[in-house]
Design a protein around this ligand. Structure first.
Ligand code: SF4
Ligand code: SF4
Ligand code: FES
Length: 289
């Protein structure tokens, strides 16, 4: 039975009585109380995927830790966000991730690894890189690349490609265990898959596993420099929808395009024209073409 609108529930958070609107998640309640809770797979505006478990908190009387991003507050709950069990769980999550995934383009995850005292070396195989790291970057088109050695399997891209935004369903998780990976159907290259190159998967990827080819090329050259980049807000000129664009510009060249997640028109999502249709601005066709 759903709660009546306007009703509240009372619970205890870190020894303090709190009241929150019925239906609030533990994460929403913690945020309202100013209590930090780490998140990786969760993204505001998307349905929680419950994939990473970094957000777990302790609920008194419960056998298992609860994912704060999806678990709703219940009347009388007693919740702790900083207990020993919680600290151990968060440390282990980051040790497993950092020992199997390249987090160098995932500043938030890398910061959590430091914050929770993760020691990924405990799981390394005698100095060899873990299997999930040792795989080549997939470069099969001019628009974006897939570097699955950076993938934490957060499911954000799968959901953005699916029901949360694009409804194209071009990608899913294939394989199990260390072999689990984001893949197209039958592992086809992106141009041969159902992908429509909206780039909404890139927009939600927290680790750089999905990356504009322009960014990938500059990083490989060693010239990618966010400190020198400017952000220009504009409106996509291609159609009447009026999507908000943020142009990331380095040395007077657009290097990638995003859209604000809190924008009422796009919620951060674009189509191929807004996301990638900017090359003509800086590389106009030659008269003979
Ligand atoms: S670019 Fe768009 S259609 Fe292609 S995989 Fe990403 S979200 Fe799906
Ligand atoms: S590619 Fe990025 S968005 Fe997709 S599951 Fe991996 S880390 Fe998450
Ligand atoms: S942020 Fe809650 S499970 Fe990932």
């Amino acid at each position: 039975m759903s709660d009546k609108p306007g009703t509240t529930v009372e619970f205890t958070l870190n020894n303090e009585r709190r009241s929150v609107p019925a239906g609030s998640t533990l994460l929403e309640a913690c945020r309202a109380a100013g209590v930090p809770v780490p998140t990786l797979c969760f993204l505001d505006g998307m349905t929680p995927a419950n994939a990473c478990r970094i957000c777990v908190v302790e609920v008194e009387g419960a056998r298992a830790l609860a994912p704060a991003c999806s678990r709703q507050v219940e009347a009388g709950m007693v919740v702790r966000t900083e207990s020993e069990r919680v600290a151990l769980a968060r440390r282990l999550v980051m040790e497993f991730l950092a020992s199997s995934v390249d987090l160098t383009c995932a500043p938030e995850a890398a910061a959590y690894a430091r914050q929770f005292g993760a020691d990924p070396e405990r799981y390394a195989r005698s100095g060899a890189p873990p299997e999930t790291v040792a795989q080549p970057v997939k470069v099969d088109n001019d628009l974006y690349v897939r570097d699955l050695s950076r993938c934490i399997l957060c499911y954000r891209c799968v959901d953005a490609c699916g029901e949360e935004a694009q409804n194209t369903f071009a990608i899913a998780v294939a394989g199990r265990g260390f072999d689990a990976r984001i893949a197209t159907e039958f592992d086809h290259s992106l141009p041969d898959s159902a992908c429509v190159f909206c780039g909404n998967c890139i927009g939600v990827c927290p680790t750089g596993a999905l990356m504009f080819k322009s960014e990938h090329d500059l990083r490989r050259e060693g010239t990618w420099d966010e400190a020198r980049q400017t952000h220009t807000e504009t409106i996509c000129p291609y159609c009447g929808v009026g999507c908000a664009l943020t142009l990331h510009v380095q040395e007077n060249r657009i290097v990638k395009v995003s859209s604000p997640r809190d924008h009422s028109v796009t919620q951060g999502h674009l189509c191929i024209k807004g996301r990638f249709g900017w090359q003509f601005v800086q590389d106009p066709p030659k008269p003979s073409e």
